[in-house]
Design a protein around this ligand. Structure first.
Ligand code: ATP
Ligand code: MG
Length: 364
């Protein structure tokens, strides 16, 4: 998949901008705070209809302006399409080829987009919630039907918590049973997807890090491993009932699940160097890319934010080789274009980003 043209109007600090990206790498370079990440965010909006940094719709529109739009022309192996995102006040409208799209699942797969940013590496050190969110988003990126299982569980959880809070026990038994069943379905999806990533990301790790450490990815359900997740969850909910009533919320369950990152049999968070942590997360992203490619039949567009701060020259070169072999269209931001490996410079198009304005610099 490729973006062949991107137009922005009043998006963040960009009043009006147009890019005709390269087939391979497009480098966006400029000083801090000029709008490089904003541009990647606009591309992310085309793929997912939401920004990757938490923001309300109104915050995406340029200060003092009423509305914004992002328009992308997309070429995939067998079609051309146009995605339009229109933002006004609290409203966000999406059109594909001029036709309104109302559900996020309808936009899914029109433009595959995968982001790698400094915040991704932070998930190694942050709490389980960050990794759980990562996992759920990654599953959705490859499996559109995941959304239903995800929403089912969290909707029922909300209902059960509502009952616990209100002190009204009527129907609690039924909701608890439903929660256990929906929880088991959610866990099955998480477990299966983690296995899928685990099977492929070790090879990516070796390629990127150029090292032979043994890495592993483990799904850590809050309810532990069991033969029958639904029965186990039911047991957990029942035994925690008194405490749940006291707290007015369900204490245990899949909303507490975690992912465990291992290197040479130990926890990456405590035993991995910073460089190993970066390689690990990048390898995970590459495995995610494989998985999206498997689903969509072609690779997604890759967004690499703040490239030079995240990857040293050797890792950048290894990543570049991967991107080149796969024919992946990539957008890379950096404050220092001289820090890019020479092999990358040769296959890149350059744009300078300054105060929200883009200047085309060609292939130099
Ligand atoms: P860095 O190299 O530090 O990561 P960057 O080039 O990636 O910088 P961005 O995050 O893309 O910078 O842009 C940040 C700029 O965009 C800030 O100056 C911010 O004030 C501005 N900005 C964000 N939202 C809006 C908005 N809605 N209207 C106007 N300006 C905005
Ligand atoms: Mg930035």
């Amino acid at each position: 998949m490729r973006i062949t043209r991107l137009c922005l109007f009043n998006f963040r600090n960009m009043a009006s901008a147009e890019i005709v990206p390269g087939d391979s790498i497009t480098v966006l370079h400029g000083l801090n705070g000029q709008g490089k990440t904003n541009l990647l965010e606009a591309i992310h909006m085309l793929g997912h209809a939401r920004p990757f940094r938490p923001a309300k719709t109104a915050e995406l529109v340029m200060h003092g302006e009423a509305a914004s739009f992002i328009r992308g022309e997309i070429r995939s192996s067998n079609s051309f399409s146009e995605i339009l995102i229109h933002l006004e006040g609290v409203n966000r409208r999406v059109k594909v080829d001029g036709k309104p799209v109302h559900r996020s699942t309808e936009l899914h797969g029109r433009l595959g987009v995968l982001l790698f940013s400094p915040e991704d590496t932070a998930m190694v050190r942050l709490g389980p919630e960050t990794r759980r969110r990562y996992l759920d988003r990654a599953i959705y990126g490859s499996e559109v039907t995941f959304l239903k299982d995800y929403h089912d569980y969290y909707r029922i959880l909300k209902q059960r918590n509502h009952l616990l809070k209100s002190g009204n026990r009527e129907g609690l038994e039924e909701w608890t049973e439903q929660l256990a069943e929906a929880g088991a379905r959610l866990m099955a999806r998480r477990r299966e997807f983690t296995r899928r990533l685990d099977r492929i990301f070790g090879a990516h790790y070796s390629n990127i890090a150029g090292a032979e450490e043994k890495v592993a990815l483990l799904y850590k359900p809050d309810s532990g491993e069991s033969e029958d997740d639904a029965a186990r969850l039911k047991e957990l909910f029942d035994s925690g009932l008194q405490s749940d009533i006291r707290h007015g919320a369900t204490g245990r369950g899949p909303h507490r699940d975690d992912l465990q990152f291992m290197i040479n049999g130990r926890a990456l968070r405590t035993f991995g160097s910073q460089g190993q942590q970066r390689s690990f997360v990048l390898a995970l992203k590459m495995a995610e890319l494989d998985s999206i490619q498997e689903t969509l039949g072609e690779p997604p567009v890759l967004l690499l934010d703040d490239m030079s701060s995240e990857l040293d020259r050797r890792r950048s070169t290894n990543l570049l080789e991967f991107v080149r072999q796969r024919g992946i269209q990539s957008f890379i931001t950096t404050t220092d274009r001289n820090s890019l490996p020479s092999g990358m410079v040769e296959m890149s198009l350059f744009y300078r980003v300054e105060e929200g304005k883009l200047t085309y610099e060609g292939t130099t």
